[in-house]
Write a protein that binds this ligand. Sequence first.
Ligand code: AMP
Ligand code: MG
Length: 332
Amino acid sequence: MKTGLTTDISFAGEAEVAQAARMLGSGGLVAFPTETVYGLGADATNADAIARLYQAKGRPVFNPLISHVADLAAAESIGRFDARARSLAGAFWPGPLTLVLPRTENCAVAALATAGLDTIAIRMPSHPVARAILTRFDKPVVAPSANISGHVSPTTAAHVQSDLEGRIDMIIDGGAVDVGIESTIVGCFEEPILLRPGGLPREAIERVLGRALAQPQADAESDGARPLAPGMLASHYAPRTRVRLEAADIARGEALLAFGQPFRGAEQAMAIMNLSERGDLNEAAANLFGYLRALDARMAKTIAVMPIPNHGLGEAINDRLRRAAVGRSDRE
Ligand code: AMP
Ligand code: MG
């Protein structure tokens, strides 16, 4: 972990990309934009760097990390692809889809990154800055969201700075992210399974697979003891302020996170932010974490959240909102 008090923020240019790759190579921690959220990158083959990453995030060590790669050849050197995994990679990479596969025998990724599992989570991001860094570094990079564990994920460089200033080596600023919600995670097991809803809608994946995705057991994700998709703890993505879901009215002192046309009386709220006035789920996903942070700063009694339809990116938005609504006391 960096010992100084400041972390450099640089706009993403060629020199910064080269510097980022050098820092990764010497075990440093570099935050950079991906199309989903800002990631905190470390060399996936360097256990010391990964240990420092866990420490900087305050992340429970049993959470395995996603290895990010620049191309399919790099992915195939760390994960064993079957026909189904190949068709998903072909359809959606680069993009907001993570595949969980068996590790290859000579997989160079440190066991600490996969929490000792014999499977590995792999993604090929599409953001040009992420791609430039991965291509330049030419090794897999773990890059969990660049925030303190349990906080709301960062969608701008400023969010990263407010959580991790002085704890990491470098922040590359590539502007606001595009998707705004983490990747969808699919387990390519005998039965393909939706381990985490995310930035790629379930429907699109099921269309390519020609079948429905299975759902993890509810208890597998609730207590964090032996989760199937470890890290999917019940309380995550949580603001300090209490969150109330399915709001159809507003009480005194509450802030409102709206979606679509606000209900009558909504203007009584002490603050209102609308995820998407026109009811667009993609726009809502892109705004979600930033608006949660902004409303959290208003010190409202509660953040009331209007209902969000559960199709398309709505499934991931509702998943994150449910986690945000779980109380602070049992946070990871
Ligand atoms: P993130 O927090 O976006 O970096 O995503 C990491 C998440 O990926 C973890 O918390 C797990 O839910 C999931 N994951 C990573 N590796 C595996 C794996 N081998 N098996 C199942 N889930 C995994
Ligand atoms: Mg995260």
